[in-house]
Design a protein. Structure first.
Length: 171
């Protein structure tokens, strides 16, 4: 059996003459798919940077009012859960921004409270009565300036728990 060659049907266009253009809607859908959404880690990093910028601005306003030395203020590393903030002898301050278990950003009042506590450590690296008085003065000024607005008055500053001898024994 031999196969006969059939002539092809007449064509309107030659294959090299045809081209397809995407419609405007198709191009728009493609552009939307091409836009990459930021990852959770990138969103958190952006939120952390904005928070640190705000805390540094508050510190820049409070430091000269109490004649404190200018510190470097940084976010604490991930995974640190032993403290909310720390002040080193060289003036470096590190503040934990996120909750240890949930990973959510801490409340602004807690962060400002911690900032004021660590700023007081720039003068007194202990939890003496002088330190406590300075910390409360800085916190009061932060409240007056509108930086610190805690919840109900009866709860008071979180950092005051540090001065309770039964809770940490550092008095």
């Amino acid at each position: 059996m031999t196969r006969e060659r059939r002539e092809s049907a007449p064509r309107l266009f030659e294959p090299n003459e045809m081209s397809f253009e995407r419609t405007g809607l198709a191009r728009l859908r493609g552009a939307v798919r091409a836009v990459r959404s930021p990852t959770l880690k990138e969103l958190e990093a952006d939120e952390d940077e904005r928070t640190m910028k705000s805390l540094r601005a508050m510190a820049d306003d409070l430091i000269p009012r109490f004649r404190l030395k200018r510190p470097s203020i940084e976010a604490e590393r991930q995974g640190i859960v032993e403290h909310y903030g720390i002040c080193y002898e060289d003036g470096e301050i590190r503040i934990r921004l996120r909750h240890a278990r949930t990973g959510r950003l801490l409340k602004e009042s807690s962060l400002v409270d911690t900032l004021c506590h660590e700023l007081a450590h720039l003068r007194y690296l202990d939890h003496s009565e002088r330190f406590k008085r300075l910390y409360l003065r800085i916190l009061g000024k932060a409240r007056d300036l509108g930086y610190y607005s805690p919840g109900p008055v009866e709860t008071g500053p979180q950092q005051l728990r540090l001065f309770d001898a039964s809770s940490c024994g550092t008095v």
